[in-house]
Design a protein around this ligand. Sequence first.
Ligand code: SGN
Ligand code: CA
Length: 528
Amino acid sequence: MIAAALLLATATLAVPPVPARPNIVFIMSDDHGKQAISCYGSTVTQTPGIDRIAREGIRFDRSSVTNSICGPSRAVMLTGKHSHINGFAINEGKFDGSQQTFPKLLQAAGYRTEVVGKWHLESDPTGFNHWEVLVGQGDYWNPTFIVDGVKTVREGHVTDIIHADAIARLDALADGAKNHGTPFALLVHHKAPHRNWMPQAKYYALFKDVVIPEPGTLFDDYAGRSVASSLQKMMVARDLSWEYDLKVDAPAKQASAAADPGQLATWMSNELARLPAATREAIQATYRDENAAFAASFASMDAHAQTSWKFQRYAKDYLRTAQGVDDSVGGILAELDKLGIASNTLVVYTSDQGWFLGEHGWFDKRWMYEESFRMPLVVRWPGVIPAGTTSDALVQNLDFAPTFLDAAGVAIPADLQGKSMLPLLRAGGATDKPFREAVYYRFEESKGPHVVPRHEGVATDRWKLMRFLDLKEADGSPVLELYDLAADPDERKSLAHDPAHAATLAELTARLEALRVQYRAPADKSAK
Ligand code: SGN
Ligand code: CA
C-alpha cells in the first residue's frame, strides 16, 4: 500500500499540472531539412538557436509531413486535417479561409492571434487579429508584404524583415499577456531557406573555404527502385539553373542545354538591381573568384566534377540562407527571456516539410522518401516539457493544431484528424503505447515544378510502402516501393518485388487501405 502510494506520489510529481493558457510562438521556416540542423546531427553547420529549443525541451526525430509541399503543408497545420479534407492539395490551389482553423479556435477562446512572414495560401489570412504576410512565395530582397490587407514594399532582406516584425509583435503581445491577461499565439513563418537560396549579405563568407561533405547518395543511379525516381526534374546535376540557382554564368557549352532554358539568364542581375549598390557589389564580389576559377576549369571538368561543383555552390548558399533563420530563432528566445514570458510560452520550431540537400542527387522535396518526408520539430515549454528529451513517435504536421488547442485548454473539435501531442510532450516522449502505429501520406502535385509522380504511402516505425497513383507495371499492377528503414535508411533498395517480403507487403497494403478509410482519403483506381 505504502509503496503504491509512493509510486503514485512520484508519478504525480513527475508530471506537473499544465499551466493555464500559455502563449504560443510557432516558428516555421520554408524547406529546412533536418540534415541542415546541428541538433539533428549536422556537423558542417551550427544552429545554436534551434538547438537551444531542443536542449531546453524536446526533439522529435520522426516527425513527418502528410504532403511534402508548401501551401498544402501549411493548410494541414492550420486545420489539423489532411489535404483531401481541407481542400488544398497542390500549391496552385487557394485555401478556403472560411473553414475552421486553430487560430480561429484560439481567438474564440480569448487568445490574440497574429502571423508574420510567409503565408502562401493565396487567400487572405483569417482568424488573426493582425497579419503581415508575403505575397505568394515572396522575394528575398525588398519584398512586398500585405499588412492587414494593404500591400507595402519593405526594404532589406526578407529574413531580417520577418525577424524584426516578430520581435516588434512579441514586444506588443507581451504587454497584453503580462498586463491584461490576454495570451497570444504568434506565428513567425520565414521564407528562408527556400529556393533560390539568397542569404543575408553577412553570410556570403560563411563556408567559403569549407568543403561540404557530399551525401552518400549524391550520385544515386536509382537502380534499386521503381521507374518513379527517374521521372523527376530535380537533379543537382541537371536541373539547377546556372544563373538563378547557382549564381554563375552558364558555361558556353552548357548555355543551350535543354535543362537550362535560358529565360532565367537575366534573373540574377534583375534581382540584384533591386539592392543598394554596395550590397550588390559585396554579393557579386563573393562569387567572383570562385566563378572565375570555375569558368577557367570548366572545359577540363567531367560530369562528376561538375556535379560536385554545383553541389558545393548549392549547399553553401542553402546553409548560409538557413543560418539567418537560426539567428532569428535564437533572437526570439532571447526576446522571450528579456520580456520575462519564456516560462509560460510554448515555442515550436519546424519547417513546412523536409528537403533534399543533395541526397539521391536532388534538391527540392515532394517525395515520401525520408529527407523530404521527415521534418525538424523541436518544442520547448519550461516546466511542462522535460528538458533535453527526444522522441521517436510518429507525429505529423497534422497534430500541430490539436496540440496547440490542447495546450491552450481549448476543446479539440471531433472533426480534426490529428492527435494532441501534449501527453507526449509532458512525458518527454516516454509513453507506454506508441503515439501512432502508422502514418498516411499523399502527394498530388505531379503537374507542378519538378514533375514528381503522384503517390500515397504508409510508414510505420520500420517500414515504408509507397504507391504511385498514375504509374503501372507492365502487367498492369500498381508501381510500388517497399523499404526496410532499419536496414536501409537511405532507401536504396525497394523490396516490393522480393518474395521474402511478400507478407510485409501484404500487411502494409492492408494498413494503407485502413488508413485511407480512417482519413476518408479518395480511393484510387490504380490501387486495385
Ligand atoms: C517554386 C520553386 C520550385 C519549388 C516550388 C514549391 N521554383 O516554384 O523549385 O518546388 O516553388 O516550393 S522557383 O524557380 O520559383 O524557385 S514551395 O516551398 O513553395 O512548395
Ligand atoms: Ca516549402
